[in-house]
Design a protein around this ligand. Structure first.
Ligand code: GLV
Length: 309
């Protein structure tokens, strides 16, 4: 069973070890050392160079090493007839939920204000923020968004979620479609973006949509930088319509040294680490998909190219 591994940020030795525990005869080749091209059956990829997946005549699965698959669909030379699977891994989801809780609680418990006071050695005790003033809106109710919404609900926050199509989730106010987007934004104090990146969601957070949030609202983005029109966000923060943001993803990564987000006192920047793939955990889904393909079945979490997720 030959797998072509293409990623600069994941460790091929860890993946080889993790996969061999599940499928002993695995032959993991690390790009660009492809060897005999017709051997390759599965490509395990994160941000592969465009064209790297061409001329692999027996390729039957493109498996993302992350939850997002935009990096695969962006490649104009991607073999269109090969199924693409996103990674749905409990550990990845757990980390994304953890990151969201961190961001929401930092804002709710006013960490920035406390840090500023502490820098002046001030024993500053703000009144608690009523939980009704931290209404949460989660954009995207897929595996990750839904888990985030449900965890935050367990803190007794008022939680709403938005998805493209109608969903019903107990305890979560669900909105959908274009009208639903306006409605959720109107009633959200802390907005969390957990959307897949598709042509429809690209730039979805811009000056028009962000302006629908109540004054003082806060943005958490752990999805993709391209969801946010960065100059619009900055402008709304400067105008004090948005009070700040907790951002893990950016239009350009690494975030350029001169980018204004770095120095902004109301913006927390983290280097795209909200959910990092851990081979030992994620190998389970990958191995299962390899076996499914070998049995002529479709892979788990196959992406619908028409929807882009
Ligand atoms: C990370 O960005 C992922 O898509 O898993």
């Amino acid at each position: 069973m030959t797998i072509l591994f293409i990623s600069e940020s994941d460790n091929p030795d860890e993946w080889r070890r993790a996969l061999q525990k599940l499928i002993p005869n695995i032959d993991l080749r690390v790009w660009p050392n492809v060897g005999k091209r017709s051997d390759v059956h599965t490509a395990l990829v994160w941000k592969a160079p465009y064209g790297a997946l061409t001329n692999l005549p027996n390729l039957s699965l493109i498996q993302s090493l992350g939850a997002g698959i935009d990096h695969i669909f962006n490649d104009p030379q991607r073999p269109k007839d090969v199924p693409v699977a996103r990674l749905v891994d409990p550990e990845l989801t757990r980390q994304m939920v953890e990151y969201s809780v961190l961001a929401v609680l930092s804002r709710h418990r006013r960490i920035d204000e406390l840090r500023r006071a502490a820098a002046d050695h001030l024993w500053h005790v703000p009144q608690p923020t009523p939980f009704e003033d931290s209404r949460i809106g989660v954009l995207g109710l897929g595996e990750i968004g839904l888990s985030i919404a449900q965890k935050l609900k367990s803190f007794q926050f008022l939680v709403a979620g938005w998805s493209r199509n109608l969903k019903e989730v107990e305890g979560i106010t669900c909105y959908h479609g274009a009208t639903g987007l306006k409605n959720i934004l109107h009633s959200t104090d802390i907005l969390i973006c957990a959307l897949p990146l598709t042509p429809i969601t690209k730039g979805i957070l811009n000056k028009d949509t962000l302006a629908l949030l109540p004054k003082g609202a806060y943005l958490v983005n752990l999805a993709r930088g391209e969801h946010v029109v960065e100059p619009d966000l900055l402008q709304l923060i400067e105008e004090e319509h948005i009070s700040g943001a907790f951002l893990d993803v950016f239009q350009t990564e690494p975030l350029p040294e001169s980018h204004p987000f770095w120095k902004h006192p109301s913006i927390t920047v983290t280097p795209h680490l909200a959910g990092l793939t851990i081979a030992d955990s994620a190998a389970n889904q990958v191995a299962e998909n390899i076996e499914r393909i070998a049995m002529g079945k479709s892979p788990l979490n196959q992406v619908d190219p028409a929807q882009g997720y």
